[in-house]
Design a protein around this ligand. Structure first.
Ligand code: FAD
Length: 393
């Protein structure tokens, strides 16, 4: 393998492999591409869920689908059908395998495992130089998908979504395999947004995740206690056996606009606009970006990063996060109101970057007005007399 290529992708995770896969599908038009991935091998380290029914190729990778979902608070529970836009799940092992198979069919794309990119990447003449312990690689174009690079230190999202999940198997039949339990706030407190997320695979098996939206990213060990409490409460003390685990920390907030001086090197992925600010969901956005970026690269142009969200979505997401940050006590009510009053088709479109103006208005109308107007007034620098009433709208 030559150390010189047309494009180097730093990081072969969701974004790096998605781009590699779409470049492989571009045939001879694809730049000769090297993907440098620090892992020695891929494992089933995560599950990706998203709303389907929008015709994306990625839906073919899904191994589970739920045609209804539930939201639970300490007082209420609602179950809603979502047959038109089912909630889909892709296991990362299937994605990694499928991506590697597609890439292996192209002589123009190579994945080099066990290749940690160390030190600063730098440009000499027309080429970027990338150092790894096994050699220096050069290319005139770079797509950097590493989640943590020095420049990203200035991206401090307002909230982080931290979660710890485990696949559990119970002796008794206690899950409804047709219904994804998106948010169970039964154990949420006034100062902390904490909920249980349950993806049932059968009546006895599910992925259960304790999730926190908060100002600090939480390690797996920080979530251990909450996980134990929430699972015990959900299973009402019934015994279970533990399987695969996963932990994630997702940014909830928009990163600063990508103002790369040199368009031949761009950042992409979770920490570079890949994640939707208000939900942290990234899989479908990354997939879409990778299709567009591959198309641009195949026509000889420099790579592209994630496009900014439309103004109305940016504004709604920012306001939504600001309210969650200021009033974590209202989170159960806000999510319950949103999911119980808005047509699930509209919610799915909103969360999948396909919202119409009518969808946005419908979502706005479902939210408790006082905290949102109060935050809006603050953002606009207006005097604001809205009192913080306990649990009040
Ligand atoms: C457990 C978990 C569950 C998630 N669930 C969902 C979900 O349900 N729905 C959804 O939409 N999103 C979800 N996400 C969010 C998001 O989709 C994923 O984080 C996604 O993997 C982000 O893709 P990425 O390419 O930006 O990062 P990654 O997939 O993490 O890829 C980055 C790659 O860079 C490599 N790397 C890092 N540093 C270096 C280096 N110095 N040199 C070489 N390689 C390097 C890493 O090994 C990794 O393979 C989840 C995330 C996690 C962690």
């Amino acid at each position: 393998m030559s150390n010189q290529s047309d494009l180097i992708i730093l990081g072969g995770g969701c974004a790096g492999l998605s781009l590699g896969m779409h470049l492989a599908n571009s045939g001879a038009a694809s730049p000769r591409t090297l993907i440098l991935e620090c892992r020695q091998e891929y494992t089933n380290d995560r599950t990706w869920c998203f709303w389907g029914g929008f015709g994306s190729d990625s839906e073919k990778l899904a191994t589970h689908r739920w045609e209804s979902f539930s939201i639970t608070t300490a007082r209420d529970r609602i179950t809603r059908g979502c047959k038109e836009n089912p909630y889909l799940m892709v296991a990362s092992k299937d994605f990694y395998q499928s991506a590697q198979e597609v890439i292996a069919q192209s002589s123009r794309i190579n994945v080099k495992m066990d290749s940690i990119v160390s030190g600063e990447i730098f440009k000499k003449g027309e080429c970027w130089h990338v150092e790894t312990p096994t050699g220096v690689y050069t290319a005139p174009k770079i797509v950097d998908t590493r989640p943590t690079v020095p420049q990203s230190n200035d991206f401090q999202p307002l909230l982080w979504q931290s979660f710890l999940g485990e696949e559990i198997t119970t002796e008794e039949e206690i899950f409804d395999p047709g219904c994804a339990e998106l948010m169970d706030f039964s154990a949420s407190s006034h100062d902390r947004i904490l909920f249980l997320y349950v993806l049932p695979f059968s009546k006895k098996k599910a992925l259960v995740e304790a999730t926190v939206f908060g100002p600090d990213p939480l390690k797996a060990e920080d979530l251990e206690e909450s996980f134990g409490t929430l699972v015990k409460q959900r299973l009402q003390g019934r015994s279970y056996t533990s399987g695969r685990r996963e932990h994630g920390i997702l940014p909830m907030g928009a990163p600063p606009e990508n103002r790369q001086k040199d368009p031949s090197c761009v950042r992409a992925g979770l920490m570079a606009g890949g994640a939707r600010p208000s939900s942290g969901y990234a899989f479908q956005r990354i997939w879409k970006w990778s299709q567009e970026c591959a198309m641009v690269l195949a026509t000889g142009h420099p790579p592209i990063s994630h496009a900014q969200d439309p103004f109305i979505i940016r504004t709604m997401d920012a306001l939504f996060l600001q309210v969650l940050y200021s009033r974590p006590d209202l989170a159960p009510e806000i999510f319950f109101s949103l999911f119980s009053t808005v047509d699930p088709v509209r919610v799915a479109r909103f969360m999948s970057d396909r919202a119409s103006l009518a969808d946005c208005l419908s979502i706005m109308a479902s939210l408790p007005p006082v905290p949102f107007l109060s935050e809006l007034a603050k953002t606009m620098g207006l005097p604001c007399d809205f009192k913080k009433e306990k649990g009040g709208r």
